[in-house]
Write a protein that binds this ligand. Structure first.
Ligand SMILES: Cc1cc2nc3c(=O)[nH]c(=O)nc-3n(C[C@H](O)[C@H](O)[C@H](O)COP(=O)(O)O)c2cc1C
Length: 390
């Protein structure tokens, strides 16, 4: 079966003759009335293999379980997928198993189905060399995480070139703005882009950053939460000289609600942008490609990319948040947060700060897998279920 994930609507697909040859198309008509992933993991612990949100994207795991070839056609969004396509991809996690396997020395998810899908990715619209490099890395990571084989990546100038499978010449790279050209405003806004909002690891990390900033004599002038697409960017963001964007890694990239927020946020040129991201896997470096998307975003908008903090083993953050800061599970956080706070206060480049736990990887894996199994047992669900749509 051939499946298409796209942000082009059916009329546009028909006009371009792209609709022919696909058995299943998932596009704006399915995404607009549906919700974006809320990060509840019900698709792993309550109804394994099927999302718990009852809408047009509920059965994407089963769609992939029947797919031989997946083509992703998306507008280029700073070297990542557009909000519509990312919303589809985020809702695909029922396809994988919550437990882990090791690939190339890194943690990845076990596969729920015995299947290798051929993956072809087309990012249309103007794209710079840096954006193409970013997308190629993200598509490779997606293929690895979802057990797919990446066969093709191409970058046509517009939707008309989708069928030709040829890349247009690169758009010229926007010059990187240096911290010395940063906006003069003293404002400092923290953005919580976790779909879990107040109950997220991101929220905890941002409040620890806020405390560290206060200790260094700086104050946060505003906080913004954008757990759902379409939420206002916040006026204080437009006026802030510095913004720290907190988010969880979703399918190797930014969550769709953050892609949406970036599209709509009106940041003043020269604003310094930092990131504070966490992920479920142990290795914080898996966050790096999503930092490249933010760096490309800054270049395109005349903002200053200030780097950020990448936190591994994010699954431990909420369950251990009541333990003392010096405990085994939490003592790796303060030094990383301290380094990010120092960069933010002094308006310097933080680089990519990697923050990995003190406990070894095998212990984290054991704890996480035990937790997934006990959550499944509690809801009477079969963790290994392989639903297939008729
Ligand atoms: C849709 C979805 C996709 C995810 N993709 C990844 C991923 O690619 N790599 C990873 O390590 N963790 C992934 N995770 C796990 C989250 O990054 C992890 O649970 C994180 O701690 C959530 O942070 P938060 O509480 O701030 O939202 C994903 C989670 C969800 C819900």
């Amino acid at each position: 079966m051939k499946t298409l994930f796209t942000d082009l609507d059916r009329a546009e697909l028909a006009r371009l003759g792209i609709d022919k040859g696909f058995d299943v198309i998932v596009g704006p008509e399915e995404v607009e009335p549906s919700r974006s992933c809320v990060g509840c993991f019900g698709c792993w612990t309550k109804t394994p293999g099927t999302c718990v949100l009852r809408d047009g994207l509920q059965r994407l795991g089963e769609t992939l379980a029947r797919t031989d070839e997946l083509q992703v056609v998306s507008r280029c969004a700073y070297g990542g997928y557009s909000r519509t396509v990312k919303a589809i991809i985020d809702r695909c996690i029922p396809y994988v198993h919550p437990c882990f396997r090791m690939l190339g020395g890194e943690m990845h998810h076990r596969l729920r189905y015995d299947r290798t899908i051929r993956l072809r990715v087309c990012l249309y619209g103007p794209s710079t060399a840096a954006e193409r490099e970013t997308l190629s890395v993200i598509a490779g990571a997606n293929a690895c995480n979802l057990g797919m084989r990446l066969e093709d990546v191409w970058f046509p100038a517009g939707p008309e070139g989708v069928l030709e499978r040829e890349s247009a010449p690169c758009a010229s790279d926007a010059p990187r703005v240096r911290p010395s050209a940063a906006a003069a405003s003293d404002g400092l806004v923290l953005v919580n882009a976790s779909p879990k909002g107040e109950r997220s690891a991101t929220k905890i990390l941002l409040s620890e950053l806020s405390d560290a900033l206060l200790e260094k004599g700086d104050t946060v002038t505003g906080t913004v939460s954008c757990p759902r697409p379409g939420m206002g960017a916040g006026d204080e963001v437009a006026r802030a000289g510095r913004v720290v964007i907190g988010y969880p890694l979703y399918v190797d990239a930014l969550p769709s609600n953050l892609v949406d927020w970036l599209d709509r946020a009106e940041l003043e040129p020269g604003t310094l942008v930092y990131a504070l991201s966490n992920l479920g896997f142990y290795e914080s470096e898996q966050i790096a490609p999503s930092f490249s998307v933010l760096e490309n975003f800054c270049a395109a908008r005349g903002l200053v990319w200030g780097g950020g903090l990448m936190v591994g083993a994010g699954g431990m953050i909420v369950p251990t948040s009541d333990r003392p800061a010096g405990s085994l599970f939490r003592r790796h956080l303060a030094p990383g947060i301290g380094r990010l706070a120092t960069a933010v206060v002094s308006r310097e480049d933080a680089g990519c700060i990697a923050c990995e736990p003190v406990i070894p990887r095998f212990a984290y894996r054991l704890m996480a897998e035990r937790r997934w199994r006990s959550l499944c047992a509690r809801s009477g669900a079969d963790i290994d279920a392989r639903p297939t749509a008729e």
